[in-house]
Write a protein that binds this ligand. Structure first.
Ligand code: TYD
Ligand code: MG
Length: 462
């Protein structure tokens, strides 16, 4: 093919359009028509062949031949420890050479800061790191680096957004790791569309992924987040990469939460907690203390629970406020937990424990940024609700761990021993939980076994 040509294809239904359109004429979806290079396809096929050749199982005809699974050579997975313990932990023990990692988060949350710190550490460990920034100029990066307690002086920076130029620079160094800040600012010559366009993001990500696999470079890309909380660009972006990290937090609070939502090389449940300081991000080894820091002794409507964030127990505060409603339907507002779960718990408390929230507005929230995604937090939500209803503080020295069934019965939760140990470590003396749960013995802690929400009501109203 002589000239680079493009097709305009809908990423939803695959319909081809003669030119770009804001809306697909076949399926009617908006913003799904993306430019795709035609010539590149052929080049891509060549690259794929080369990648397979490295796998070894290749027949003379040029196509790969299948092998028995037991004959496939195994290689221990190599990982480079970055040296920022919380980041290494969330990645599953370090970054994997030849992998591609996407880090998403709202503007200003600290993605560039985290990656510059990571780049500095990796570079100091003797790995060549290229930081390509289309968001900031090299002198802005220098200013940022000067604020950090980290010496980032040896990191290679490049104020470039053309993908081909970035890849050339990475190959010339050669770089062990490449940071692209951000994927929405890079573009490839092969497409005419603007950077950030669905087609550009997809094509550049695909090329970066191949670059990572072929050269063994660790590629990390920053991705912007849309209003809905997803990473902007085609859905395929999250499918293409090996690992997806989200960096979250509230701009007004110092702490930041890092989680993996996809990880081909590790668990997705681990949580890393950082604190944003004058001199960059600092890992917080003891997140429970931060989540409980703002807790007051005397305020009604607060209860502590222990969540399992991956392999680590983390204590968080649940706050509830039940307040006399104005006119109309009372409000139910849940932040950090599923509003449907709140509705279920309120219904159970009303029907099974004869309490009434019927003419009260109910607000529930969790330590900033944390989500109550496991049923074991039910008991703490109920305790916070009841404490607010009766206007009596819940026991200060107790945590609440247990699932509440529709009959009002309190069910045991897994991993109780680790949760109880964390509670003991932070100075708690009592764990309110299911009477049917495992008998966990931890010095300094007594277990208060509850069978039914009735008993929780009595414990809190008394
Ligand atoms: P940044 O890393 O630029 O966020 P992102 O790349 O996700 O958009 O973080 C910017 C914010 O962090 C900005 O409000 C300034 C603040 N900050 C600090 O508080 N301390 C620091 O040492 C640095 C570098 C930034
Ligand atoms: Mg940034």
């Amino acid at each position: 093919m002589a000239r680079a040509r493009s097709v305009y294809r809908c990423t939803e239904c695959g319909h081809d359009h003669p030119k770009w359109a804001g809306r697909c004429e076949a399926c009617g979806e908006w913003n799904t028509v993306a430019e795709e290079p035609v010539v590149l396809r052929a080049a891509t096929a060549g690259l794929r062949g080369a990648t397979r050749a490295r796998g070894g199982a290749r027949a003379h005809g040029g196509e790969a031949a299948p092998a028995r699974l037991r004959d496939v050579a195994t290689h221990p997975l190599e990982r480079w420890r970055i040296g920022i313990p919380e980041l290494d932990f969330v990645l599953g023990g370090g970054i994997v050479p030849g992998s591609m990692t996407l880090i998403g988060g709202e503007p200003g949350i600290g993605k560039s800061t985290l990656l510059l710190q990571a780049a500095a550490r990796l570079q100091r460990a003797g790995r060549a790191v290229l930081y390509a920034s289309g968001e900031e100029s090299p002198d802005q990066l220098r200013l940022r680096a000067d604020r950090l307690e980290e010496d980032a002086g040896a990191v290679h920076v490049l104020g470039e957004t053309r993908l081909e130029a970035i890849l050339d620079a990475a190959a010339a160094l050669p770089a062990d790791a490449v940071v692209i800040d951000s994927i929405q600012t890079v573009y490839t010559d092969a497409l005419e569309s603007a950077p950030g366009n669905v087609g550009q993001v997809r094509e550049c990500s695909g090329r970066l992924m191949r670059f990572a696999k072929e050269t063994g470079t660790a590629v990390v890309v920053v991705g912007h987040v849309t209003k809905g909380g997803g990473i902007a660009g085609p859905k395929t972006l999250e499918h293409i990469v090996d690992t997806v990290l989200y960096f979250e937090g509230e701009a007004t609070l110092d702490h930041r939460l890092l989680r993996a939502t996809k990880n081909r090389f590790g668990s997705v449940d681990e949580l890393g907690v950082f604190s944003m300081t004058e001199h960059g991000l600092i890992a917080v080894p003891n997140p429970s203390a931060i989540f409980l820091a703002a807790r007051s002794d005397t305020i009604a409507g607060s209860a502590v629970t222990a969540l399992m964030e991956g392999t680590r127990p983390v204590l968080v505060e649940v706050q509830a406020l039940a307040a006399k409603s104005g006119y109309g339907t009372p409000q139910r507002v849940a932040t950090g937990l599923d509003p449907k779960r709140l509705a279920v718990l309120l219904a159970v408390l009303e029907r099974r424990a004869e309490t009434s929230f019927a003419d009260l507005d109910v607000f529930v929230q969790v330590s900033a940024g944390v989500r109550l995604s496991e049923p074991g937090a039910d008991l703490a939500v109920a305790a916070a609700l009841l404490s607010s209803l009766y206007n009596r503080p819940a026991p200060r020295d107790g945590i609440f761990v247990g699932e509440i069934g529709l009959g009002g019965e309190i069910r045991p939760t897994g991993g109780l021993d680790r949760r109880v140990n964390e509670a003991a470590r932070l100075g708690f003396h009592r764990v309110f939980g299911s009477s049917r749960g495992a008998r966990v013995q931890v010095p300094g802690i007594s277990l208060v076994g509850l069978e039914h929400v009735d008993q929780l009501v009595r414990a809190l109203a008394a």
